[in-house]
Design a protein around this ligand. Structure first.
Ligand SMILES: NC(=O)c1ccc[n+]([C@@H]2O[C@H](COP(=O)([O-])OP(=O)(O)OC[C@H]3O[C@@H](n4cnc5c(N)ncnc54)[C@H](OP(=O)(O)O)[C@@H]3O)[C@@H](O)[C@H]2O)c1
Length: 237
Protein backbone atom coordinates (compact mmCIF):
# COMPACT_ATOMS: atom_id res chain seq x y z
CA UNK A 1 0.00 0.00 0.00
CA UNK A 2 1.68 3.20 -1.16
CA UNK A 3 -0.84 5.77 -2.21
CA UNK A 4 -4.33 6.22 -0.79
CA UNK A 5 -7.28 8.55 -1.30
CA UNK A 6 -9.51 9.68 1.58
CA UNK A 7 -12.99 10.65 0.37
CA UNK A 8 -14.40 13.04 2.97
CA UNK A 9 -10.95 13.96 4.25
CA UNK A 10 -11.84 17.22 6.03
CA UNK A 11 -14.25 15.77 8.61
CA UNK A 12 -13.21 14.53 12.03
CA UNK A 13 -12.82 10.91 10.96
CA UNK A 14 -11.12 11.98 7.73
CA UNK A 15 -8.50 14.02 9.56
CA UNK A 16 -7.71 11.19 11.99
CA UNK A 17 -7.35 8.79 9.05
CA UNK A 18 -4.97 11.28 7.44
CA UNK A 19 -2.79 11.34 10.56
CA UNK A 20 -2.60 7.53 10.71
CA UNK A 21 -1.95 7.15 6.98
CA UNK A 22 0.85 9.74 7.01
CA UNK A 23 2.40 8.03 10.05
CA UNK A 24 2.54 4.82 8.00
CA UNK A 25 4.32 6.65 5.20
CA UNK A 26 1.44 6.54 2.72
CA UNK A 27 1.10 9.20 0.07
CA UNK A 28 -2.29 10.78 0.78
CA UNK A 29 -4.76 12.44 -1.57
CA UNK A 30 -8.24 13.47 -0.52
CA UNK A 31 -11.60 14.85 -1.57
CA UNK A 32 -13.53 17.45 0.42
CA UNK A 33 -16.04 20.20 -0.20
CA UNK A 34 -14.22 23.34 -1.42
CA UNK A 35 -15.45 25.34 1.58
CA UNK A 36 -13.86 22.79 3.96
CA UNK A 37 -10.35 22.75 2.46
CA UNK A 38 -9.18 25.24 5.10
CA UNK A 39 -9.74 22.59 7.80
CA UNK A 40 -6.73 20.73 6.35
CA UNK A 41 -4.26 23.60 6.76
CA UNK A 42 -2.11 21.64 9.25
CA UNK A 43 -1.43 18.99 6.57
CA UNK A 44 -0.31 21.56 3.97
CA UNK A 45 2.53 20.28 1.79
CA UNK A 46 2.00 16.68 2.97
CA UNK A 47 -1.28 15.81 1.20
CA UNK A 48 -2.96 16.59 -2.13
CA UNK A 49 -6.53 17.86 -1.92
CA UNK A 50 -9.10 17.59 -4.72
CA UNK A 51 -11.86 20.05 -3.84
CA UNK A 52 -15.36 18.88 -4.74
CA UNK A 53 -18.42 17.04 -3.54
CA UNK A 54 -17.71 13.43 -2.68
CA UNK A 55 -20.44 12.28 -5.11
CA UNK A 56 -18.90 14.24 -8.01
CA UNK A 57 -17.89 11.47 -10.41
CA UNK A 58 -15.24 13.49 -12.23
CA UNK A 59 -13.58 14.47 -8.95
CA UNK A 60 -13.63 10.86 -7.67
CA UNK A 61 -12.16 9.51 -10.92
CA UNK A 62 -9.31 12.03 -10.77
CA UNK A 63 -8.59 11.79 -7.04
CA UNK A 64 -8.45 7.97 -6.94
CA UNK A 65 -6.22 7.64 -10.02
CA UNK A 66 -2.99 5.80 -9.19
CA UNK A 67 -4.16 4.84 -5.70
CA UNK A 68 -3.84 1.43 -4.04
CA UNK A 69 -6.53 2.08 -1.45
CA UNK A 70 -9.55 4.36 -0.95
CA UNK A 71 -11.04 5.23 2.45
CA UNK A 72 -14.59 6.60 2.17
CA UNK A 73 -16.56 8.48 4.81
CA UNK A 74 -20.20 7.72 4.03
CA UNK A 75 -22.15 10.78 5.20
CA UNK A 76 -25.91 10.80 4.48
CA UNK A 77 -26.20 14.59 4.54
CA UNK A 78 -29.21 16.21 2.87
CA UNK A 79 -31.90 14.37 0.94
CA UNK A 80 -30.21 14.08 -2.44
CA UNK A 81 -28.56 10.67 -2.10
CA UNK A 82 -25.17 12.07 -1.06
CA UNK A 83 -23.93 8.85 0.58
CA UNK A 84 -25.23 6.49 -2.12
CA UNK A 85 -23.98 8.83 -4.86
CA UNK A 86 -20.56 8.80 -3.20
CA UNK A 87 -20.51 5.00 -2.88
CA UNK A 88 -21.64 4.56 -6.50
CA UNK A 89 -18.95 6.95 -7.80
CA UNK A 90 -16.20 5.16 -5.86
CA UNK A 91 -17.40 1.67 -6.84
CA UNK A 92 -17.71 2.68 -10.50
CA UNK A 93 -14.64 4.84 -10.92
CA UNK A 94 -11.84 3.91 -8.51
CA UNK A 95 -9.21 1.86 -10.36
CA UNK A 96 -9.80 -1.91 -10.45
CA UNK A 97 -8.09 -3.98 -7.71
CA UNK A 98 -8.01 -0.99 -5.34
CA UNK A 99 -8.83 -1.80 -1.71
CA UNK A 100 -11.99 0.05 -0.68
CA UNK A 101 -12.92 0.76 2.96
CA UNK A 102 -16.17 2.57 3.84
CA UNK A 103 -17.40 3.98 7.18
CA UNK A 104 -20.93 3.86 8.55
CA UNK A 105 -22.80 3.22 11.81
CA UNK A 106 -23.91 0.06 13.61
CA UNK A 107 -27.46 0.52 12.31
CA UNK A 108 -26.37 -0.85 8.94
CA UNK A 109 -27.02 -4.59 8.69
CA UNK A 110 -25.65 -6.77 5.94
CA UNK A 111 -27.80 -9.82 6.51
CA UNK A 112 -30.50 -8.67 8.93
CA UNK A 113 -29.08 -10.88 11.69
CA UNK A 114 -27.78 -8.07 13.93
CA UNK A 115 -29.54 -7.66 17.29
CA UNK A 116 -30.02 -4.06 18.42
CA UNK A 117 -30.70 -2.45 21.79
CA UNK A 118 -33.68 -0.12 22.32
CA UNK A 119 -31.57 3.07 21.98
CA UNK A 120 -30.34 2.49 18.45
CA UNK A 121 -33.77 1.18 17.36
CA UNK A 122 -35.45 4.30 18.75
CA UNK A 123 -32.93 6.63 17.08
CA UNK A 124 -33.42 4.97 13.69
CA UNK A 125 -37.23 4.64 13.98
CA UNK A 126 -37.92 8.19 15.21
CA UNK A 127 -34.85 10.00 13.89
CA UNK A 128 -35.11 8.84 10.27
CA UNK A 129 -38.46 10.52 9.40
CA UNK A 130 -37.77 13.63 11.48
CA UNK A 131 -34.31 14.29 10.04
CA UNK A 132 -35.59 13.59 6.56
CA UNK A 133 -38.58 15.92 6.97
CA UNK A 134 -36.17 18.64 8.09
CA UNK A 135 -34.14 17.80 4.95
CA UNK A 136 -31.00 17.54 7.11
CA UNK A 137 -29.99 13.87 6.94
CA UNK A 138 -31.38 10.81 5.15
CA UNK A 139 -30.38 7.83 7.28
CA UNK A 140 -31.90 5.48 4.67
CA UNK A 141 -29.44 6.85 2.12
CA UNK A 142 -26.58 5.24 4.09
CA UNK A 143 -28.57 1.98 3.88
CA UNK A 144 -28.84 2.38 0.10
CA UNK A 145 -25.13 3.18 -0.10
CA UNK A 146 -24.10 0.05 1.79
CA UNK A 147 -26.56 -2.11 -0.18
CA UNK A 148 -24.66 -1.03 -3.32
CA UNK A 149 -21.37 -1.96 -1.66
CA UNK A 150 -22.60 -5.34 -0.37
CA UNK A 151 -23.76 -6.23 -3.90
CA UNK A 152 -20.39 -5.30 -5.42
CA UNK A 153 -17.70 -7.86 -6.23
CA UNK A 154 -14.92 -5.35 -5.57
CA UNK A 155 -12.52 -5.71 -2.61
CA UNK A 156 -14.54 -3.74 -0.08
CA UNK A 157 -14.84 -3.52 3.70
CA UNK A 158 -17.69 -1.69 5.45
CA UNK A 159 -16.62 -0.63 8.95
CA UNK A 160 -19.60 -0.13 11.24
CA UNK A 161 -18.74 2.32 14.01
CA UNK A 162 -20.23 2.28 17.53
CA UNK A 163 -20.97 5.48 19.47
CA UNK A 164 -17.88 7.67 19.27
CA UNK A 165 -15.94 9.83 21.71
CA UNK A 166 -12.89 12.03 21.49
CA UNK A 167 -9.69 11.27 23.41
CA UNK A 168 -6.29 9.70 22.92
CA UNK A 169 -5.96 6.32 21.24
CA UNK A 170 -6.63 3.18 23.28
CA UNK A 171 -5.47 0.89 20.47
CA UNK A 172 -7.09 -1.03 17.67
CA UNK A 173 -10.82 -1.68 18.28
CA UNK A 174 -12.15 -5.23 18.35
CA UNK A 175 -14.76 -6.31 15.83
CA UNK A 176 -17.59 -8.76 15.45
CA UNK A 177 -19.68 -9.86 12.47
CA UNK A 178 -22.94 -9.07 14.24
CA UNK A 179 -24.17 -6.27 16.48
CA UNK A 180 -25.58 -8.05 19.53
CA UNK A 181 -22.36 -9.92 20.22
CA UNK A 182 -21.88 -9.42 24.01
CA UNK A 183 -18.30 -8.22 23.55
CA UNK A 184 -19.61 -5.17 21.68
CA UNK A 185 -21.94 -4.15 24.54
CA UNK A 186 -19.70 -1.26 25.66
CA UNK A 187 -20.65 0.49 22.38
CA UNK A 188 -17.98 3.20 22.55
CA UNK A 189 -14.93 3.83 20.40
CA UNK A 190 -12.44 6.68 20.40
CA UNK A 191 -12.81 8.42 17.05
CA UNK A 192 -9.07 8.20 16.44
CA UNK A 193 -9.30 4.41 16.89
CA UNK A 194 -12.20 4.15 14.42
CA UNK A 195 -9.81 5.85 11.98
CA UNK A 196 -7.00 3.48 12.99
CA UNK A 197 -9.22 0.49 12.17
CA UNK A 198 -10.20 1.96 8.78
CA UNK A 199 -6.54 2.46 7.83
CA UNK A 200 -5.49 -0.97 9.15
CA UNK A 201 -8.31 -2.61 7.18
CA UNK A 202 -6.63 -1.49 3.94
CA UNK A 203 -3.95 -4.13 4.38
CA UNK A 204 -5.94 -6.89 6.08
CA UNK A 205 -7.16 -9.49 3.56
CA UNK A 206 -9.31 -11.13 6.27
CA UNK A 207 -11.58 -8.07 6.14
CA UNK A 208 -12.30 -8.21 2.41
CA UNK A 209 -16.10 -8.32 1.90
CA UNK A 210 -16.69 -8.14 5.63
CA UNK A 211 -18.81 -5.59 7.52
CA UNK A 212 -17.10 -5.52 10.94
CA UNK A 213 -18.99 -3.85 13.79
CA UNK A 214 -16.34 -2.32 16.05
CA UNK A 215 -15.97 -1.11 19.61
CA UNK A 216 -13.06 0.25 21.64
CA UNK A 217 -10.61 -2.38 22.91
CA UNK A 218 -10.71 -0.95 26.44
CA UNK A 219 -14.46 -1.25 27.03
CA UNK A 220 -15.78 -3.24 30.01
CA UNK A 221 -17.49 -5.76 27.74
CA UNK A 222 -14.23 -6.40 25.90
CA UNK A 223 -12.18 -6.73 29.07
CA UNK A 224 -14.73 -9.18 30.44
CA UNK A 225 -14.31 -11.31 27.33
CA UNK A 226 -10.49 -11.36 27.40
CA UNK A 227 -8.12 -8.84 25.90
CA UNK A 228 -7.28 -8.75 22.25
CA UNK A 229 -3.91 -9.74 20.88
CA UNK A 230 -1.68 -6.79 20.10
CA UNK A 231 -0.62 -6.10 16.55
CA UNK A 232 -3.43 -7.90 14.77
CA UNK A 233 -7.01 -7.00 13.95
CA UNK A 234 -8.80 -8.92 16.67
CA UNK A 235 -12.18 -10.36 15.79
CA UNK A 236 -15.06 -12.10 17.45
CA UNK A 237 -17.54 -14.04 15.37
N1 LIG B 1 -20.80 10.53 14.87
C1 LIG B 1 -21.07 9.35 15.38
O1 LIG B 1 -21.44 9.20 16.54
C2 LIG B 1 -20.86 8.11 14.52
C3 LIG B 1 -21.10 6.86 15.09
C4 LIG B 1 -20.86 5.72 14.31
C5 LIG B 1 -20.42 5.85 13.01
N2 LIG B 1 -20.24 7.10 12.47
C6 LIG B 1 -19.77 7.20 11.08
O2 LIG B 1 -18.54 7.91 11.06
C7 LIG B 1 -18.42 8.61 9.83
C8 LIG B 1 -18.03 10.06 10.07
O3 LIG B 1 -18.41 10.47 11.34
P1 LIG B 1 -17.87 11.81 12.00
O4 LIG B 1 -18.62 11.95 13.28
O5 LIG B 1 -16.39 11.78 12.09
O6 LIG B 1 -18.41 12.87 10.99
P2 LIG B 1 -17.83 14.29 10.53
O7 LIG B 1 -16.39 14.25 10.50
O8 LIG B 1 -18.50 15.35 11.31
O9 LIG B 1 -18.40 14.45 9.04
C9 LIG B 1 -18.33 13.46 8.10
C10 LIG B 1 -18.34 14.04 6.71
O10 LIG B 1 -19.55 14.72 6.45
C11 LIG B 1 -19.25 15.92 5.70
N3 LIG B 1 -20.32 16.91 5.92
C12 LIG B 1 -20.67 17.54 7.05
N4 LIG B 1 -21.74 18.34 6.82
C13 LIG B 1 -22.06 18.18 5.52
C14 LIG B 1 -23.06 18.73 4.67
N5 LIG B 1 -23.98 19.58 5.14
N6 LIG B 1 -23.08 18.36 3.37
C15 LIG B 1 -22.18 17.48 2.89
N7 LIG B 1 -21.20 16.94 3.64
C16 LIG B 1 -21.15 17.28 4.94
C17 LIG B 1 -17.93 16.34 6.26
O11 LIG B 1 -17.30 17.15 5.30
P3 LIG B 1 -16.91 18.69 5.58
O12 LIG B 1 -15.57 18.66 6.27
O13 LIG B 1 -16.88 19.27 4.22
O14 LIG B 1 -17.98 19.30 6.46
C18 LIG B 1 -17.22 15.00 6.42
O15 LIG B 1 -16.59 14.59 5.23
C19 LIG B 1 -19.74 8.42 9.09
O16 LIG B 1 -19.59 7.40 8.15
C20 LIG B 1 -20.69 7.99 10.20
O17 LIG B 1 -21.75 7.17 9.71
C21 LIG B 1 -20.43 8.23 13.21
Amino acid sequence: MKRICIVGISGKLGQYMTEHALALGYEVTGVCRPKSAGKLERFKGRITVHPGRTDDRAVIAKATQGCDGVLVVLAPWGVQDYASGTARAVLDLAPPHVRLVFSCGWHISRDGKDRYGWKIRAIVSFGTPILRALRLVDIDDQVRATDLIFASNRDWTVVRGSDLEEGPSEGLPIWARRVGDPRLASNLTRRTDFALFMVAALTDPALIREAPAITGCNGASVRAGGSAAAGVLPSVH
